[in-house]
Structure formats: C-alpha cells, structure tokens
Design a protein around this ligand. Structure first.
Ligand code: PMP
Length: 397
C-alpha cells in the first residue's frame, strides 16, 4: 500500500527546533520558533487560565462531547472579542462562529467551505506569508496566488505594490489578510491603509479572509482587530475570520481557534453554519473541550477577563521592550541600521539577515533563526539579548 510513497521534506521551522534541541552548546538560543517565552525562557501559564484550570479540577468537570461547532459560551465570547460587543453585525445575527482545532483548523474549515461554495475561485496570499497558508489552501484544491507585500530593501510594507496587485485580481478571488503582527515579516497596515485595501476589495468584488493569530500582541485587543471592525463597517456582505488563542492565551497545544463567517443576513448565517457543521462532522466530529473551557471560563468572568487583559498587556509591553532593547544593543555594537526592528509588530521580525548570515549565527554562535532571516523577538530575554545583539552585529558586519 505504501511502498511507492516518497519521503517528503519536513517542516523547515519544526526541523530547526529539532536541530536546536540536539545542539549541546551551552547558551544556545532558539529564535526560530513562533512561541512567546517569558523572562525565564518558559511558555507562560497565564494566571487567569490557571484559575479556571484549578476550578475545573476542583469541580471534577465532566468531559462529554462538545457540540459539533463547539462550546456556545466560547464561540459567543470569541465573536464579541473579534467584532466588538456592540457590533451591529452580531446584533443582526449575521456572524456565525464555530470552534476549531486552533487557527489552523479555522483556516482549513474556512478553505473547505469556500471550495464548496466557490469551486473555481483562487486565493491570493501575501508574499511572503505563513507557509502553512499555501499548504492548507493547496490541500483543499485552491490555486494559490501571491500579492506583493514586503519591501526587503526598506524592511517594511510595499503598500503601493500590494494595492496594485489586489487591483489586478479577478472578481471572486479570496484574499487572505493578516489582521496584525504579520507572520513572518512583522510589517502591518495602519488604519488608513486598511481603509484603502478594503475599498479595493469592495470595488473588485474580492472575498476577504482575515487571519488573526496575534490579537492583543501589538497595540491592544480592539486596535489589533481594526481590520475586522473596518470590514464590518464597509458594507461588504461576506467575509471570514480565522482566529486563534494559541498566543493570546498561551494555549498552544490546546488547539483553541474559531472560524467566524460574516453573512448577508441571519438566514444565510444559519445555512452557512449548517454547512460548517457538516464539514467538521465529516472531519473530526467535534472539537476538543479543555482549551475551550479554559478560554470561555476566562472571557465570561469579568474579573478573570480583566486579569487576562492585563497579562496580555504585559506580554505586549515586554515584546516592545525586547525590540527596543535589541535595537539599542545593536546600535551600541555599531549596527545602527537595524532601527527598523522597532517599527515591526508582533512576535516576528524579518531581520534582513541573509541565509549565509543565519548559517553563521547557527554555526558560530548557536543562535537559530529561520533561513529567510525571520527571528522571533518573543524568544529574547535579558540574559540572551546582549549575546544575540553581539552575534548579529558580527555576522552582519
Ligand atoms: N496564522 C498565522 C499567521 C500563524 O502565525 C499561526 C500560528 N503560527 C496560525 C495561523 C495558526 O495558529 P494555531 O497554532 O492556533 O493553529
């Protein structure tokens, strides 16, 4: 049955972690991952999450099956976080949300829904994008196009290039957009730029699909969902949102995500939800309960929600401080040209380092970064910052 199957290459980023783990050098640093580490180099267990976890353990909470589309208290709270409690779309019953297996599961379920509804549509993703975007949509049978996004010379967004490419897309093309903290570049759109992009999406009848995996990691919970709020106000009747709590609740392995679909009216939303449930039922039947119970326990308790907002704020502030710390130390090493790192948002930075320089970081300094030059700023801390800055300054000299 399997004799003819070839070995396929492993995921390059996960492969990097394997190489890092196998490296015996003390002081090694892994900047290749997409995980937020605290000052002690650990994945944090948020206090608000811990409080719910303890309560569930004490109660001996039952572990029955969740409904196919997830825990209702979780999906409702998720919708409110993404669209805002006062959103007219929510009041009109136009948004339907299903709990999914992480943000990845939301993308996959959304891709399958789109394939069913628009079988000949293509999808355009940013160049570059999170690599799994291409894989997920490709696996569902989409032809995946790129739109211009990043200007490597200026280390920032190529906004004119982006608009020009979006204008060239055929009507009905799905456009995947990162709401904030663009992975891998860290280059985001400001509100004025979002307005312009949304005008093009409307004018060209393109289908927006927002991926929001880092809500609250750049400016704040509401600010980071500006793209969703603006789309909601735009009059565009259909768009989709894939969201994830992996980062914002530090619940990576619990696979807490959601797919929200904005529909023309409540009736369409009910029909769409029935289709989403059919897709999930035939895929994994129903989502896992533990992570959803943790998130919903926090978001539906005003005190714990406030505690979480503060903890998320601490993570956000710390990432900004790490960026500033890295830039300042690089500057002190004579590498002042890295100031752009301060303008980038979220966990990642396209550092502009070449593959050869990334190789030198690994070989000479036991510092692991992605071959594209992407570094995870959230893996820095006060103990490794100086070392990393010195090493980058040396290889970039
Ligand atoms: N989208 C983007 C842009 C991401 O960076 C990630 C996580 N690396 C995801 C989606 C997937 O999130 P999850 O881990 O919840 O599946």
């Amino acid at each position: 049955v399997f004799a003819h199957l070839e070995q396929v290459p492993g995921d390059p980023i996960l492969g990097l972690t394997e190489a890092f783990n196998a490296d015996a050098r003390p002081g090694k640093v892994n900047l290749g991952v997409g995980i937020y580490y605290d000052e002690a180099g650990r994945i944090p267990l948020l206090r608000a999450v811990d409080a719910v976890q303890r309560r569930l353990a004490e109660e001996g909470a039952a572990r029955g099956y969740l409904p196919i589309d997830g825990l209702p208290a979780y999906t409702r709270a998720t919708r409110e976080l993404l669209f805002g409690v006062d959103s007219p779309l929510l009041a009109a019953g136009r948004v339907t949300t299903a709990q999914t297996v992480g943000g990845s599961g939301a993308l996959r379920t959304g891709a399958e829904l789109l394939k069913h509804s628009l079988p000949t549509a293509r999808i355009a993703i940013s160049n570059p994008s999170w690599e799994n975007h291409r894989a997920v949509f490709g696996a569902v049978g989409f032809e995946v196009l790129d739109y211009t996004y990043f200007d490597a010379e200026r280390h920032g967004l190529d906004f004119d290039g982006m608009l020009a490419d979006l204008r060239r897309l055929e009507a009905g093309t799905v456009v995947l957009l990162h709401a904030c903290c663009h992975n891998p570049t860290g280059a985001d759109l400001d509100v004025g730029q979002w307005r312009q992009v949304i005008a093009v999406l409307a004018e060209r009848a393109l289908v927006p699909f927002i991926d929001i995996a880092y809500q609250g990691f750049d400016k704040g919970i509401d600010e980071d969902s500006a793209a969703i709020r603006l789309l909601a106000d735009s009059g565009i009747s259909n768009f989709m949102v894939a969201s994830s709590y992996s980062k914002s609740f530090s619940l990576y392995g619990e696979r807490t995500g959601a797919l929200s679909v904005v529909c023309a009216d409540a009736d369409e939303a009910r029909r769409v939800q029935s289709q989403v449930k059919r897709l999930i039922r035939a895929n994994y039947s129903s989502p896992p309960s533990h992570g959803a119970m943790l998130v919903s326990g926090v978001l539906n308790d005003p005190e714990l929600k406030l505690m979480w907002e503060q903890e998320l704020g601490e993570m956000r502030t710390r990432i900004h401080a790490l960026r500033a710390g890295l830039v300042a130390r690089l500057d002190a090493q004579g590498a002042g040209r890295f100031a752009f790192i301060n303008d980038q948002a979220g966990m990642f930075s396209y550092s502009g380092l070449s593959r050869a320089q990334v190789d030198r970081l690994r070989d000479e300094f036991a510092i692991y970064a992605v071959g594209t030059g992407r570094i995870c700023v959230a893996a820095l801390n006060d103990r490794n910052l100086e070392y990393v800055a010195e090493a980058i300054a040396k290889v970039a000299d």
